[in-house]
Design a protein around this ligand. Structure first.
Ligand SMILES: [Zn+2]
Length: 255
């Protein structure tokens, strides 16, 4: 006989679309039990939302989906923020520009994978969609949270975050470029003897006001062996043909 909290948690995970095997692994019960609860043959009791204390990959033993976390961390550093309710519950929000609907979907997937027990919801804002999830433990996953704007304070990675980013640099870069980046076409004019000719080539830009976040982006590009330079004080440019092709393997166009 499992505690009701375990049954509830398993049902929530199933409701979020996880397969029985995954639910069983996360809740520490047999696949058969999950299946019985899900199909309502035993004790399936509503979908009451209870947040147990075993939900946090930092405070507890729950495994963390590291590639999705690396992506979410990139999104957060680019265009995300935390808020805290009076009851001490944190919400993580990522601003997803509406020009690229795929971004909101990818963000939802990443949030659900990182904190499976917390539901993810969206708030329509002018020009962008805020993708949001609440948990007492989001602060554990984003210790960079602090008062004021990110570019006005020191932003460094905790040791465990550094290890994940080092292991999954492509996912981290994808998050950074999906939030604060841009992949577009640059036009340059060549003056030739028989007249001007225009050449077009794709390039990436990452624009952020925080020097610390720019540095993290540069370090990650180094790790991916993607050549880059500062095109402005607050902008990293990847323009060499081979470098763009290499970064395309991890990021891709933002449509
Ligand atoms: Zn925690």
């Amino acid at each position: 006989m499992h505690p009701q909290a375990t049954v509830d948690r398993a049902l929530q995970l199933s409701a979020q679309g996880l397969i029985d095997r995954e639910v069983a692994r996360l809740t520490g019960v047999s696949i058969g039990a999950v299946q019985k609860w899900r199909t309502g043959r035993r004790r399936a009791r509503g979908n009451r939302r209870t947040q147990t204390s075993a939900d946090c990959p930092r405070c507890h033993e729950r495994p963390l989906d590291e590639p999705e976390y690396a992506y979410l961390l990139g999104l957060y550093l680019g265009d995300g923020w935390l808020t805290c309710s009076r009851k001490g519950v944190f919400a993580v929000s990522i601003a997803c520009c509406d020009a690229w609907p795929g971004l909101a979907e990818a963000t939802k997937t990443a949030m659900s994978a990182v904190m499976p027990i917390s539901s993810v919801f969206t708030v329509q804002r002018p020009g962008y969609t805020e993708v949001k999830s609440t948990s007492k433990h989001w602060l554990c996953l984003f210790p960079q949270h602090g008062p004021g704007k990110k570019h006005n304070r020191k932003i460094g990675l905790a040791e465990w975050q550094r290890a994940i980013v080092d292991e999954h640099p492509g996912d981290f870069a994808r998050g950074l470029f999906h939030s604060d980046g841009w992949r577009g076409v640059n036009r340059v004019r060549a003056r030739l003897a028989d007249g001007d000719r225009w050449y077009e080539y794709p390039r990436y830009l990452f624009i952020n006001k925080s020097q610390d976040i720019l540095l993290l982006c540069g370090q990650t590009l180094d790790r991916l062996e993607v050549a880059w330079r500062f095109s402005r004080r607050n902008a990293i440019s990847v323009a060499r043909r081979d470098a763009v092709a290499r970064l395309d393997e991890f990021v891709g166009p933002k449509y």
